[in-house]
Design a protein around this ligand. Structure first.
Ligand code: ZN
Length: 185
């Protein structure tokens, strides 16, 4: 994240894209800047490389996992700050938010290690990575936490029309079998 902040704060990148390691550093840099709303052209200009290289890095699994992790952190962070400033929150909610941030960070670490080690990442049918901590168990089945979060958001948006709610039981049980599920998406 340090890397991303430095590049964003300087008019010209202190290093060219091609001077970064061809693995996680480039992935994190491109993921971070993309997450911050930068276009491929802007990233290419700032890091003195071709738009094609930026697009190639964006297509890496590692970059997509990094973007996913950044989005998760942003969501958890926003929730934490909203709760903190609302004054109506209980101490318990703050603890849960902190735990959520911690959980997401640990999940991200495991994800990055797996990607760096070249291990395949199982995904739920919506494409969320299935790793330790990204699922929860209920009635002997495993469910994707991110799908559950999305379903909750969708449910709230539609609760005036409950008949439209789609079945929210996304079975990813057991996680090790999910590659076949993922390929069906
Ligand atoms: Zn999912």
């Amino acid at each position: 994240m340090h890397l991303i902040d430095s590049v964003m704060s300087m008019p010209h990148a202190f290093r060219k894209m091609t001077e970064f390691d061809e693995g996680p550093d480039r992935a994190w840099l491109v993921a971070g800047l993309t997450h911050a709303g930068w276009t491929a052209n802007e990233i290419a200009h700032r890091t003195n490389c071709s738009v094609r290289l930026v697009k190639d890095i964006r297509s890496w699994d590692m970059t997509q996992m990094a973007r996913f992790a950044l989005e998760q952190i942003t969501v958890a962070d926003a929730r934490y700050h909203a709760e903190r400033s609302a004054h109506s929150q209980t101490r318990r909610e703050l603890v849960l938010s902190r735990q959520e941030i911690q959980r997401v960070r640990e999940q991200m670490d495991r994800l990055v290690k797996k990607v760096c080690a070249g291990e395949p990442i199982a995904k739920c049918y919506r494409g969320h990575p299935i790793i330790e901590g990204s699922t929860y168990r209920s009635r002997n089945r495993d469910y994707c936490r991110e799908c559950n979060r999305e379903n909750t958001v969708a449910y709230r948006a539609r609760k005036r029309k409950p008949s439209d709610l789609q079945c929210h039981a996304i079975c990813v049980s057991p996680p090790m079998h999910t590659p076949s599920v993922a390929s069906a998406s």
